[in-house]
Design a protein around this ligand. Structure first.
Ligand SMILES: O=P(O)(O)OC[C@H]1O[C@H](O)[C@H](O)[C@@H](O)[C@@H]1O
Length: 546
C-alpha cells in the first residue's frame, strides 16, 4: 500500500464495510452455539488466555480483519518499530519502549546505536540506589532512614507507575518487601493534592522523586518547588541533595533546578511519556518501594509480550487480535467507546492509565502523512473494577448503548467474572413478570466483549497486562495509519495554558485588562481575577498550611 493512501480506500476496508450487514443480521446468542467457532476464538500465551468469542464476528470476519492487517502493512510497521526506525515521524523519533524491558544481551538499535546497554546502565544505577535507600546506607540529612517516597509527576510520568503500584499490592512478595515503607504520588496542581501527600510525612524520612520527561511541565515544576521548600524550610537548603532525586530526559534542567546530576536517572526521547512506565519513570519509585528484584519480574512480564507480538502469527497474537477487534468495533460496527472492567480491585488504576495510553495515542484526525481522516480514529476508554462498576454504569451497557467491554479476570482471585447475557420477553412472560414491566426487564444481549484471564496478579502478570494494552493501542494506530506516538493536541493545550498564565500575571502586576481572547474567555478570566485578587497567578510554591 502506498503510504499516502488512506486505509479506508483499500479493497480490504471496503470488504469489511460490506460485511457489516451480514454481521448485523446475526446474534451473539447464535454465534456462541458454535463450539468450533468459540474454540478458534481462544488464544493462550504464557499463562494468559484471550477469549474473543463474544465479539460480533464470525471466522469470516476474522479472516477479513487479517487481510486488513496485511493491507495496512501491520507486520512491517511492527518490525519498523522494533528496528528503531523513526516511526514517530512528526517528532522524528524512534519508538522503543520495548528496549526498556529487553534482556541485557538483546540488541535494539536507534540511530545506528544499540540502546540496550544504556537501558541497563540506568537499571543497574536504580538497583544500586534503591538498595542503598532501602538498606539505610543512604540516609537523610539528619541521619534518619528514608522510609517514604513522594513521586511528583503528571500524565505519563504518573499514571502508569500509579497503576503498577496499585496492582502490586496483591503480590505477596511485593507486600512483604514494601513492609514499613510508603510510596505516594503527587500529580495535581491543586494545593489539596500537596496537602494530602505530605500529611503524616516527616521531611527527615522522606525522599522526593521528581519525574518529568521534559522537566518543564508546569504542574510538576510547581509541585517540585513546593516540596523543595517543604524540605529546605524544615532541614535547611543543603538537605535537598539528600532528599530529592529526579527522573528526566533533560538532565540540564534537572541540574538547574538544584538536583545533583549524579542523583538523576535518565531516559531517552525514544520513550513516549505514556509508554515510559518501564523506564526510570516507573522503575525508580517502584524499586524504592518494592525492591528492584520485584520490579525486574514486572519488566520480564512486559518483555515476554514484546517477544510474542513480534514473532507470533497474527492468528495467535493477543495484542494484534485485540487491536484488530477494536478497529472492527470502532470503525465498522460504529461503537466508539470501550469499557475496561477488571474484576480485581488492585487493577483500579488500569483504566485511568489506559485512557492516556489509548486516547492520547490514537485520538488523531489525520493520517501519518497529514491527510484528514474520512473516519474517526481512536476510542473513548473508561472503566472501573467489577463489581463496583456493576452498581454504577453497567445499566447503560446492558440496555442503553452498545459498549464493547474488556473483562479482565484473575484466576487466583476471589471474584469470578460476572457476565450477564440476554433475557427475552418470552422468558419474562414465563416467569409471570407483569406485562407493563416486560420491556424494561428485557435484555437484548448481543453486547460484544473480550475476556482476558490472567493466572494471578503478580509483578510478572502485571507487566504482561501493561504490554498487551500498549501493543494493542499501537496495532490500532498502525491499522488506522495514524501516528500513535505524538500528542500535538496536548502540546496546544500546554501553550494555551501558558498564554493564559502570562495574561493573568500581566493583568495582576500591570493592572492591564485581559486582551487577545474571545468574549467568553475574557469574561471568565476577568471574573477569576476579580475573585482571586490576592492569589498570585504563577506562584513560586504552594506549601499548604497544615
Ligand atoms: O513527563 P512530562 O514531560 O512532565 O510530561 C507529562 C505529560 O505532559 C503532557 O500532558 C503530555 O501530553 C504527556 O504525554 C506527558 O506524559
Amino acid at each position: 500500500m502506498a503510504s499516502s493512501k488512506l486505509i479506508s480506500d483499500t479493497e480490504q476496508w471496503k470488504e469489511l464495510k460490506a460485511h457489516v450487514a451480514d454481521i448485523k443480521k446475526t446474534h451473539l446468542r447464535d454465534l456462541l452455539c458454535d463450539d468450533a467457532r468459540s474454540r478458534a476464538m481462544m488464544v493462550e500465551f504464557d499463562g494468559i488466555l484471550l477469549d474473543y468469542s463474544r465479539q460480533q464476528a464470525t471466522l469470516e470476519t476474522v479472516g477479513k480483519l487479517f487481510k486488513l492487517a496485511e493491507a495496512s502493512s501491520l507486520k512491517q510497521k511492527i518490525d519498523r518499530m522494533y528496528n528503531g526506525d523513526h516511526i514517530n515521524s512528526t517528532e522524528n523519533r524512534s519508538v522503543l519502549h520495548v528496549a526498556l524491558r529487553a534482556p541485557r544481551d538483546a540488541v535494539i538499535q536507534s540511530d545506528g546505536k544499540n540502546v540496550v546497554p544504556e537501558v541497563w546502565k540506568v537499571l543497574d544505577k536504580i538497583k544500586e540506589f534503591s538498595e542503598r535507600v532501602r538498606s539505610g546506607s543512604w540516609v537523610g540529612a539528619t541521619g534518619k532512614q528514608l522510609k517514604d517516597v513522594v513521586a511528583i509527576g503528571i500524565g505519563g510520568s504518573f499514571l502508569g507507575p500509579l497503576f503498577v503500584h496499585t496492582a502490586l499490592q496483591t503480590d505477596p512478595e511485593a507486600a512483604e518487601s514494601s513492609r514499613g515503607r510508603q510510596l505516594r504520588f503527587l500529580a495535581n496542581v491543586d494545593p489539596i493534592d500537596v496537602a494530602r501527600n505530605i500529611t503524616g510525612l516527616n521531611p527527615e524520612t522522606t525522599l522526593v522523586v521528581v519525574v518529568s520527561k521534559t522537566f518543564t511541565t508546569a504542574e510538576t515544576m510547581l509541585n517540585a518547588r513546593t516540596l523543595r521548600e517543604w524540605i529546605s524550610s524544615a532541614l535547611g537548603p543543603s538537605a535537598v541533595a539528600k532528599h530529592m532525586v529526579a527522573v528526566s530526559t533533560n538532565l540540564t534542567l534537572v541540574e538547574k533546578f538544584g538536583i545533583d546530576p549524579n542523583n538523576a536517572f535518565a531516559f531517552w526521547d525514544w520513550v513516549g511519556g505514556r509508554y515510559s512506565v518501564c523506564s526510570a519513570v516507573g522503575v525508580l519509585p517502584l524499586s524504592l518501594q518494592y525492591g528492584f528484584p520485584v520490579i525486574e519480574k514486572f519488566l520480564k512480564g512486559a518483555s515476554s509480550i514484546d517477544q510474542h507480538v513480534r514473532s507470533e502469527p497474527f492468528e495467535r497474537n493477543i495484542p494484534v487480535l485485540l487491536g484488530l477487534f477494536s478497529v472492527w468495533n470502532v470503525s465498522f460496527l460504529g461503537y466508539p467507546a470501550r469499557a475496561i472492567l477488571p474484576y480485581s480491585q488492585a487493577l483500579e488504576k488500569l483504566a485511568p492509565h489506559i485512557q492516556q495510553v489509548s486516547m492520547e495515542s490514537n485520538g488523531k484526525g489525520v493520517s501519518i502523512d497529514g491527510v484528514p481522516l474520512p473516519f474517526e480514529a481512536g476510542e473513548i476508554d473508561f472503566g472501573e473494577p467489577g463489581t463496583n462498576g456493576q452498581h454504577s454504569f453497567y445499566q447503560l451497557i446492558h440496555q442503553g448503548r452498545v459498549i464493547p467491554c474488556d473483562f479482565i479476570g484473575v484466576v487466583k482471585s476471589q471474584q469470578p467474572v460476572y457476565l450477564k447475557g440476554e433475557v427475552t420477553p418470552e422468558q419474562l412472560q414465563k416467569e409471570n413478570v407483569p406485562s407493563h414491566l416486560v420491556a424494561h426487564k428485557t435484555f437484548t444481549g448481543n453486547r460484544p466483549s473480550v475476556s482476558i484471564l490472567l493466572p494471578s496478579l503478580n509483578a510478572y502478570n502485571i507487566g504482561q497486562l501493561l504490554a498487551i494494552y500498549e501493543h494493542r493501542v499501537a496495532v490500532q494506530g498502525f491499522i488506522w495509519n495514524i501516528n500513535s506516538f505524538d500528542q500535538w493536541g496536548v502540546e496546544l493545550g500546554k501553550s494555551l495554558a501558558t498564554q493564559v498564565r502570562k495574561q493573568l500575571n500581566a493583568s495582576r502586576t500591570k493592572k492591564e485588562s485581559i486582551q487577545g481572547f474571545n468574549f467568553s474567555t475574557t469574561s471568565l478570566l476577568t471574573r477569576y481575577l476579580q475573585a482571586s485578587a490576592d492569589v498570585p497567578a504563577d506562584p513560586p510554591t504552594r506549601l499548604p498550611q497544615i
